[in-house]
Design a protein. Structure first.
Length: 233
């Protein structure tokens, strides 16, 4: 089971975004939080900056849209250079249609759930997605403490993925750090968004490597990953 580490530029220095994007050598994706000050109480960046970032780095962009009306706006972020676009279940009017449109434009389609949103009601549409994002903080601001009460939800999501035999990435975003990533991985995640744990470190690239090693060791020992490997054989 491949571990993916996606540093979040929400914790980077916005005055030096190109430099910061390339300071995380070895990262799998660059996680880009788009907030509109409506769906969440914060305002970050939009299409023009995503276009600039896509030209400034070879690391593919993992867009997390914390915005109202993603049905209208998400396709524009694919056109701006995103390799993966995540919309929120709570904001999408037609999630299946939107996922198919994102995929048709050439990007991976993902759906995010706030902490209070249950995964169970979306079980039937998981096959339309490339990734599910479980938020382990309330979306809107970086640097929040990890919510341990989300671990059972991560486990239930992994069980659901296995039940349907899906090759679906399970991403976790919120409070992921050296002190939390192992239990997040053990619970079932394989894609990890880390903001301050990476960009707050003296050497961001070294922080990426350390988080990858920790998550990889935890997954190797996790029952869900062992079961996955047995099923694959």
């Amino acid at each position: 089971m491949a571990v993916q580490i996606n540093p979040s530029i929400l914790s980077a220095d916005f005055a030096r975004l190109a430099e910061e994007a390339n300071a995380v050598e070895g990262a799998d994706w660059l996680h880009v939080d788009v907030m509109d000050n409506h769906f969440v109480p914060n305002l970050t960046l939009g299409v023009p900056i995503v276009e600039s970032l896509s030209r400034a780095t070879d690391i593919p962009l993992d867009l997390h849209l914390m915005i109202e009306n993603p049905d209208r706006w998400a396709p524009q972020y694919v056109e701006a250079g995103a390799g993966s676009v995540t919309f929120h279940a709570e904001a999408a009017a037609a999630p299946v249609r939107l996922a198919r449109e994102i995929r048709a434009k050439g990007a991976r389609a993902a759906m995010a759930l706030k902490p209070a949103t249950p995964i169970e009601q979306y079980e039937d549409i998981l096959s339309e997605l490339d990734m599910v994002l479980i938020m382990t903080v309330e979306p809107g601001f970086g640097g929040q403490a990890f919510l341990d009460i989300m671990l059972p939800k991560i486990r239930r999501t992994r069980e659901m993925i296995a039940k349907h035999g899906l090759e679906l990435w399970l991403q976790v975003d919120g409070g992921v750090s050296a002190s939390t990533i192992e239990r997040v991985a053990e619970a079932g995640a394989d894609v990890f968004v880390a903001g301050s744990a990476v960009y707050g470190a003296p050497d961001p690239a070294a922080a990426v490597r350390t988080l990858r090693e920790q998550a990889g060791a935890a997954i190797a020992a996790a029952p869900w990953a062992c079961d996955h490997g047995a099923n694959a054989r």
